[in-house]
Write a protein that binds this ligand. Structure first.
Ligand code: NAP
Length: 332
């Protein structure tokens, strides 16, 4: 399982990035029932040792905590020039932990300084608008990120959770290097419009949630419960009859992974990386042992027959698929 890490070049960056990016949402603790800081820092270090040089974070993950953890790990790792740090902008929170979308220029200007400080870097490699803000014109947000790029505070420009129409408006005002939609075996909406649009217009994709919040590791059973504050308590995939359908799909997919001597999580990531229009998949972790599994993503592939078998299993097992819409922050 020591195959070479797959790397790729994406627009807006002068270095190659690993096709699995390290996700840091759970490291912030918020919405994931808390987290252990030492484990989180060690996870980023371990990922770098394993050749994963892309780290995806956001200010809202733990309200600054995940960015600070990444900053801490960066100082321990050194090698700043080999690492690609992607963070986000455009969600604000109050003392009660309520979040709201805000992509106005003044908010972005404030956030970029805070992110640079928490990360301890002088430039952010990839800066992504986290969620579209309906109360701010897309063009004004795009122009603000373009200014930040001209000022040398950020390198590549990206968006996340944007529709095709919003990306189209963006591209009239500023370059768009990347898009970050949700995408995994169980959440396929991006296939309809987002991935084809990105392919056509040279926008690289960093698709998120490759494990469907851990469901695609195969570690859950119908009796699994989640701690207070863990988003999976609200996730419609993890409720009642529907949860059992997803678990059935997991059970039926597992032998396919085993045929290749791989785990289900490795199959899920391999599948995602083989889909047209996917450049990078983001795999979230909270402890170093979870990173180790990424090593088995490289150096093999699923053939056409297996891809068709996967489609059959999904169609037969999950009569009522549901997406990740429950995670969307309120629009106003
Ligand atoms: P994910 O990658 O589908 O699942 C991550 C979770 O699965 C981990 O936190 C861990 O949770 C479990 N896990 C991971 N590796 C494991 C292993 N080897 N063995 C067992 N369990 C394992 O979900 P995600 O973190 O939501 O998505 C990935 C990244 O995408 C995020 O971290 C974030 O950077 C980004 N993201 C972006 C957006 C956006 O709006 N732009 C939204 C969501 C995510 P437990 O240990 O708690 O089970």
């Amino acid at each position: 399982m020591s195959a070479e890490v797959e790397r790729i070049r994406i627009p807006g960056l002068d270095r190659e990035i690993s096709r699995i990016g390290l996700g840091t949402w759970a490291m912030g603790g918020w919405m994931w029932g808390g987290s252990d800081e030492a484990d989180a820092v060690a996870s980023v270090e371990r990922a770098f040792e394993m050749g994963i040089n892309l780290v995806d974070t956001a200010p809202v993950y733990g309200f600054g905590r995940a960015e600070e953890i990444v900053g801490h790990a960066l100082r321990r790792i050194g090698h700043r020039q080999e690492l690609v740090i992607a963070t986000k902008v455009g969600l604000e929170w109050n003392a009660r932990g309520e979040i709201r979308r805000n992509s106005r220029p003044e908010r972005i200007r404030q956030e970029v300084e805070e992110s640079l400080r928490r990360l301890g870097v002088d430039v952010i490699d990839l800066y992504q608008v986290h969620w579209p803000d309906p109360s701010t014109p897309v063009e004004s947000t795009a122009e603000t990120l373009l200014r930040l790029r001209e000022e040398g505070k950020i390198r590549a420009i990206g968006v996340s959770n944007y529709s095709v129409a919003q990306m189209e408006r963006w591209r009239q005002a500023a370059p768009l290097h990347t898009a970050q939609p949700p995408y995994n075996l169980f959440e396929r909406e991006a296939e309809r419009e987002i991935l084809p649009y990105c392919r056509e217009h040279g926008v690289a994709t960093l698709t998120y949630g490759v494990l469907a919040r851990g469901l695609l590791t195969g570690k859950f059973t119908a009796g699994t419960t989640f701690p207070e504050g863990d988003l999976r308590r609200q996730d419609p995939k993890f409720q009642g009859e529907r949860f059992r359908h997803y678990l059935e799909a997991v059970d039926r997919l597992r032998p396919l992974a085993e045929r290749h001597g791989r785990s289900l999580a490795q199959l899920a990531a391999r599948w995602a990386l083989q889909q047209p229009g996917v450049q990078v998949s983001l795999w979230g972790v909270r402890r170093p042992a979870q990173v180790e599994e990424v090593a088995g993503v490289w150096g093999w592939s699923l053939d056409a027959g297996e891809l068709a078998e996967i489609e059959r299993i999904l169609a037969e097992s999950i009569p009522e698929p549901v997406g990740p819409e429950f995670m969307a922050p309120p629009e106003a």
